[in-house]
Design a protein around this ligand. Sequence first.
Ligand SMILES: *Cc1c(COP(=O)(O)O)cnc(C)c1O
Length: 369
Amino acid sequence: MTTNIPLVDLAAQHAQVADEVAAGWADILSRTAFVGGPAVAAFEAAYAEFVGTAHCVGVGNGTDAIELALRALGTGPGDECIVPANTFIATAEAVARTGATTVLVDCVDDTALIDPVAAGKAVTDRTKAVLPVHLYGQAAEVELLAEHLPDSVAIVEDAAQSQGALRHGKPAGSLGRIAATSFYPGKNLGAYGDAGAVVTSDEELATAVRLLSAHGSPRKYEHSTLGFNSRLDAIQAVVLSAKLRRLAGWNAARRAAADRYAALLAGVDGVRLPVVAPGNEPVWHLYVVRVAERDRVLAALNAAGIGAGIHYPTPVHLTGAFAGLGLGPGSFPVAEAMAGEILSLPLFAEITPAQQERVVEVLAGAVQA
Ligand SMILES: *Cc1c(COP(=O)(O)O)cnc(C)c1O
């Protein structure tokens, strides 16, 4: 008898922080400080230190974090922002919500990261920002990207999948002007609901994000600009602080699991392994292989109780939400080809060698069928 293997096992993670979270929540309840307050400030300070930026502003979710980072830069109608076509829709959605135009570009075939040359070619005199996405837990090649951009174009990192990832020894989130991250439950650092943050070492931008995130209010009863309500809840900050202390260990366990998959899959024909760009130390938010006949292989894994998935089945330009861009099939050949082949295998810090061997056994059987 075999038991199911989930894509992500949040219960295994919760067990490790349960006592700390319960004690922290009891404290919040006794003080009834639910939004902001000392628990949020403590997490913001700890996360800024973790990323190596001067500032961290906790916000409501990762999508808001991207939008607020862009708005802090003054992004709005008439501006253009460059986004990879193969990302979670939120990256493009946040751009569109500022009123700016989403300009999509293709990715590099082996790493699936934004193509720096394509991004450079997409720059116009309206370009406000480029949003490299540190996809699957590996940092985009931000310094190569910068070589193709004029100084006036800001690099806004989408660091939702890369908490703890390093590029040439520097943490993801500290590589551009400003970065947004998500603490959605399934991320490497996950809250117990929606949460996100903006990090930057630019004090003016940090101040602008904080202002926008709290009703444009620098102090009580004063509203100097039109803002939003997107703040970090204290109960989420308690969870995030407890998990942040363990994140390096969990990321190391993910690396070991990724190495184990690579070793187990080395002799399996027909499975393309993920490629790490030189200079990167990824945190393996997802372990994404590529196979022919992906849907058949995925169905075989799912039928065997293995929670494999697809991140993401539809490139941004082929979604209904962005049909208005008028970019049909063939616009981004690399992203489109990838979308038909990618397969995310179960990966989480607590996955066991036996579970991984089972995944590989079923995968190999399906690929060679
Ligand atoms: C999760 C994610 C987001 C959005 O985060 P939410 O907290 O769900 O709003 C943005 N970009 C990427 C790449 C993500 O994976």
